[in-house]
Design a protein around this ligand. Structure first.
Ligand SMILES: [Cu+2]
Length: 147
């Protein structure tokens, strides 16, 4: 009887984690409705481990590529102009860019659960931000939302 209860509890817990996984959308925009150029919308997203994000480019010139991510996580790069869906299983802060528009500050930040790698992301960002010509403040504002 005890074993059956244990199996039941584990099954319910697993079902619950599947059901509670959420799905989010990020648009990769040449211009948003506020007149911002080369922008991820939303640029900062806080999600939970196991949640999924779909990145949708507004035109063929955009993609997403991981820039600074938790150590144990595999990097990702989407094909230009194509919708890309990614499940974020590992906790941490993910800084990512649009490959061709990095220099224009087209980056975004996704926080998945706890932000244990934030110091490394900040270090990476400060090292690479010299190569970004505009919208640096926007990226800083995203990073400042990580809590
Ligand atoms: Cu782009």
């Amino acid at each position: 009887m005890k074993n059956i209860m244990t199996v039941l509890i584990i099954t319910l817990a697993l079902l619950n984690s599947k059901v509670s996984a959420k799905h989010y959308d990020v648009k990769l925009l040449t211009t948003d409705d506020k007149g911002q150029n080369m922008v991820m919308s939303p640029g900062f997203l806080k999600i939970s481990p196991g949640d999924t994000v779909t990145f949708s480019p507004s035109d063929p010139s955009h993609n997403v590529e991981s820039v600074s991510i938790p150590k144990q996580v595999k990097s990702f790069t989407s094909k230009m102009g194509q919708q890309f869906t990614h499940t974020f299983d590992q906790q941490g802060v993910y800084l990512y860019k649009c490959t061709p528009h990095f220099v224009l500050g087209m980056l975004g930040v996704i926080q998945v659960g706890a932000a244990q790698n934030l110091p490394m992301v900040m270090k990476d960002w400060s090292a690479m931000s010299a190569g970004v010509a505009m919208n640096k403040d926007r990226v800083n504002a995203y990073l400042s939302q990580v809590k």
